[in-house]
Structure formats: C-alpha cells, structure tokens
Design a binder for this molecule. Structure first.
Ligand SMILES: [Zn+2]
Length: 402
C-alpha cells in the first residue's frame, strides 16, 4: 500500500459491543501523514449471532472483546502498526481484563486469558455506547441492557437528564439501577433499587403491557404499582401507562360508556320560555299508609296518594295530596294546583305510568258512582281552567274536539 507507507503514524482502534442477540467488533485505522493531518478509515468489522441461552450481557461483552482481539490478529498479520487500542462500553469487561487477583469462572477465565495473551490491560479503554461504532453491529435488537450502559458513567449524566436525580448506579451485572434513600426499608432489593428503563424504549411498552395484563386490566395506579414492585423504574411511566391503557382494547370494552340512542327532539312545550307551570306533566304516586287519628284502642290507619305536577320547562314540582282515588279528589287537586300556580296551558302525561292507572281507576269509580261521563267532567274543569291535555288515552281528546 503506497499511501500507507508514506504515513507517519498508524494506529489501530478496535471497538467491541454485544447485545442479547449479537456480538460485534469493528476496527478502524487512524493514520497521520508527515504534516500531521489525520485520516481515519474502516478496516474490518465482524458480527456474530450471540449464543442462544445462559449468557449474561457481561459474558457476551467479553465474547465481543475476544472477537475484537481475533480480528486484530488478522489485521496485525497484514499491516505494520504503531499502536493498537481496544474499546468496549462494558466496564465489567474492563474489570475482567485488568483484574490481577480475582479468580473467575472457567468461562470468563478462558476468555480473559485469550485477551491478555494478545493485548495488555493498558490497551483497553472505555467508550460510551452512543459513541461505540460496534454498537451498530448489534443494534437490530431491543438490547435495553446495552443502551442502559451508556448512561453508566455518572459524570456523563446531564443535570436535565430525567434519570439524573435517581442516583443511578451500575450493579454487579452491569445493569443500571436507581439509587434512592430507602435502602434500609423492608422492601426487597428489586423494589429498593429498581432497574431504570428508558420510557421511550420499546421494552418499556412491553413491560407495561405485561404487567397491565398480569393485573387483569386494572387502572393505571395498579399497573404502575405492579411494574414498580417487579423492580422496574420506567422514565415517564405514568404518562406511558395512561396512554397505553387509553389504547387498550380490553380496557375500552370494560370501561367505555354503552352506546345509546340519540333522543328525539324535545317537544316545543318542553322548551318554550314561559312562566313556571305553564306546561305541566302530571303523575300520581302512592298509596302509602298513614296514621290518621288516635282511637281508644290504638290508631286508625288510612291511605293517601299524591299527584305530582312537574313544570315541563323548569322541572319545578308541585305535590298535591289526595285522600282517595276518585275523580272529585283528582279534580279538586288540579283546581288547588291551578289556584296556587296559575293558568296551565298544556297538561301532559306519559302513558303507562301510575297516572294512566289512576285515570282507569277514576273512570271505573266515577262510572259506577256517578251518572256523569268522567272524562267529560275532567274536561269541563280543564276548559274552565283554560288548559288542554295531551298524550293521554285516545278517548281523552283535546277539549273542543270532543
Ligand atoms: Zn387493559
């Protein structure tokens, strides 16, 4: 390579990274020419699918470091280099490599031996994940553990970073946990030092879905509680949970209002501005038993009914008590009502209510006790009062149309 031979210095920078699904290593050559001008070029990259099970992230990171050493061997055999530097975003791996005293499990020991056979601990450096080019070799996976590690250096946490006030620290497995001041409480470690999960990451949604399902679609407080007691601290959890529940089909089915028919337009006599009790609805209720007087042997009971007059516009009510279900009692009640409340334009009554029953009773009673047509009697009163009546049985036609 004629270009390379003219350069003043040749440095090899090798980066390694791992996720649950892949390990990767990338090598760059940094050259400086005689005038001091630097030039950086990609030399070699290699990625491998991670072993399927039983490997912690630090172990995978260690395997990635071995891969870095392996590709470096290939390069060194073909290139003359001044210096070689290695980078990993795993502090655990750096710990393994620089360790002089601790004894490791065979898995770790074998790999550390491989690395140290070819490189010295002084060649190994830390690089934050977001500046680790090897990260892209592993990035197709939701490797939240790895992404978390780039926050692992405390000095790097910006004051405005949402996790800054959580006192984050790295645990022995290289996972980022929230510190906090409840270390002496009775809670278990998971709850005391929850794993920090970035709220915008897919894994956060997966966690919310899982625990929301697990607690059978209870509300956001329960969902939040379930996530916390499982040992996760999701940044912006409350908002995430709320929006998740809002979109949750099961929750919508359970909590939404039932669909209902749109009511037809109100009749005009329910709407027209007018003095109270201009348009009136009538209903009866009762009977109930009352003590009417004391006797020597005890009490005498009798029954009472009430007639309810409702103003159809203002919903004001007027109640008249009647002592018997007779047409005269009813008519007197209407008269008393009209005397107090003034002239009524329209009386309206729903079908199928007590009122219809009362009218039936009235009809039967008055027919048997009086020669006079009861409807006629009532209408005479209504005409006298200047009122009309609607929505009553077909036999009860409007006054004047009889
Ligand atoms: Zn739900």
């Amino acid at each position: 390579m004629p270009y390379l031979s003219k350069t003043a210095t040749k440095e090899l920078h090798v980066f390694s990274d791992a996720s649950e699904k892949a390990i990767a290593a990338v090598a760059y050559l940094r050259t400086t020419d005689s005038s001091g001008e630097p030039n950086i070029g990609f030399i070699l990259g290699k990625a491998k699918v991670a072993p399927t099970s039983g490997h912690t992230i630090p172990r995978l990171e260690l395997s990635a470091a071995v891969l870095a050493v392996e590709i470096t061997q290939t390069i060194v055999n073909n290139l003359d280099l001044d210096t070689v530097k290695f980078y990993t975003d795993s502090k655990v791996v750096l710990g393994y490599i620089s360790n002089e005293t601790r004894r490791f499990f065979i898995y770790v020991a074998n790999r550390v031996e491989k690395i140290r056979k070819f490189s010295s601990p002084s060649q190994w450096n830390y690089v934050p994940t977001n500046r680790n080019p090897a990260d892209s070799g592993t990035r197709s996976v939701p490797a939240h553990d790895i992404h978390l590690t780039h926050w692992s250096v405390k000095e790097q946490i910006h004051k405005r970073n949402p996790i800054a006030n959580l006192n984050p620290f790295l645990d022995e497995r290289g996972l980022l946990r929230a510190g906090g001041r409840i270390a002496k409480s009775d809670l278990n470690l998971r709850e005391k030092k929850p794993l920090i999960v970035p709220g915008r990451h897919h894994i956060a949604i997966l966690l919310v879905r899982h625990y929301h399902d697990k607690i059978k679609h209870q509300g956001r407080h329960f969902t939040y509680g379930a996530i916390r007691s499982a040992g996760f601290w999701i940044i912006g959890a409350k908002r995430l949970i709320s929006s998740f529940i809002h979109k949750c089909v099961t929750c919508r089915k359970l909590r939404d209002k039932t669909e209902c028919q749109i009511m037809s337009d109100l009749p005009e006599d329910r709407l027209e501005p007018s003095p109270p009790f201009t348009n009136v609805g009538i209903d009866t209720f009762g009977p109930w038993t009352i003590v009417s007087r004391k006797t020597r042997g005890g009490y005498a009971n009798s029954k009472r009914w009430a007639i309810l007059f409702t103003c159809l516009v203002t919903r004001a009510v007027h109640i008249e008590l009647i002592e018997e279900m007779s047409s005269s009692a009813f008519i007197n009640a209407v008269r008393r009502f009209a005397a107090i409340r003034g002239q009524v334009k329209i009386f309206r009554s729903d079908r199928g209510t007590n009122f219809i029953g009362a009218i039936d009773d009235l009809l039967r009673l008055t027919q048997s006790t009086s020669k006079m047509d009861p409807s006629r009697t009532f209408f005479i009163i209504l005409v006298q009062l200047g009122s009309s009546i609607r929505h009553i049985r077909p036999t009860w036609v409007e006054p004047g149309k009889e």
